[in-house]
Design a binder for this molecule. Structure first.
Ligand SMILES: Nc1ncnc2c1ncn2[C@@H]1O[C@H](COP(=O)(O)OP(=O)(O)O)[C@@H](O)[C@H]1O
Ligand SMILES: [Mg+2]
Length: 194
């Protein structure tokens, strides 16, 4: 199966939420899934400690990351790597192991402006690994508010996914339990696998 790295130099954009929900969707579709939690805050790992989840979460060790990805992959698992903010090194390391770099971002001008350094690094990784796909996922999206003009402009020409994740209480309250209401992330999963 594939390896998806959920990446952004920025924190609080929905990386861990996206990681856990995608894992739940893939597990519900019958896949074996392993999350490698490469964030030293271990949010995904702590999430799993509170719940019975239909997938495994492994605490990532930066110096063993390639081996930690390789083992479940060899057993046919989908591997999803959750990553910390503010680490160019771990971002590049995770991207070097991934088929897909998934970059969550909230649709405000400020957040999208902060996206640039992440995309620069991924463009450099793609220069080395043309097989790496990059997908930007708009999260915390409010369909009633129009996408801020500056945000829309900044996104032109970027690989933005059609599926979007709305800003919902259900996601906010999801930590520590098995995700339910998987619909929006099911659409993300289908789009990523298409
Ligand atoms: N779509 C969403 N709607 C509402 N709240 C969200 C959404 N996605 C994430 N959150 C909340 O935003 C905060 C940051 O999300 P998290 O997944 O931990 O981001 P990161 O891993 O990038 O730091 C958390 O409190 C989380 O519950
Ligand atoms: Mg996180």
């Amino acid at each position: 199966m594939k390896t998806i790295a959920v990446l952004s130099l920025k924190g609080g954009v929905g990386k861990t939420t996206t990681t856990v929900y995608l894992a739940a969707v893939a597990a519900a579709a019958g896949h074996e899934v392993t999350i490698i939690d490469a964030d030293s805050e271990h949010s995904a790992h702590r999430w799993a400690a509170h719940a019975e989840l239909p997938f495994s979460v492994v605490a990532g060790e930066p110096d063993r990351l390639a081996r930690q990805v390789k083992a479940p992959l060899a057993d046919g698992h989908l591997v999803i790597i959750d990553t910390p903010p503010n680490s160019r090194e771990l971002l590049m390391r995770a991207a070097s192991l991934a088929d897909i770099a998934l970059v969550p971002v909230a649709p405000t001008g400020l957040e999208i402006d902060r996206l640039r350094p992440t995309l620069e690094l991924l463009a450099d990784m793609q220069a080395q690994r043309e097989e790496l796909d990059v997908a930007i996922l708009l999260t915390r999206y409010n369909p009633r508010r129009r996408l801020a003009k500056e945000a829309e402009d900044a996104l032109v020409g970027l690989p933005v996914m059609e599926s979007r994740i709305r800003e919902l209480e259900a996601y906010k309250a999801a930590f520590g339990a098995e995700p339910t209401d998987l619909g929006e992330y099911e659409a993300v999963w289908k789009e990523l696998m298409a």
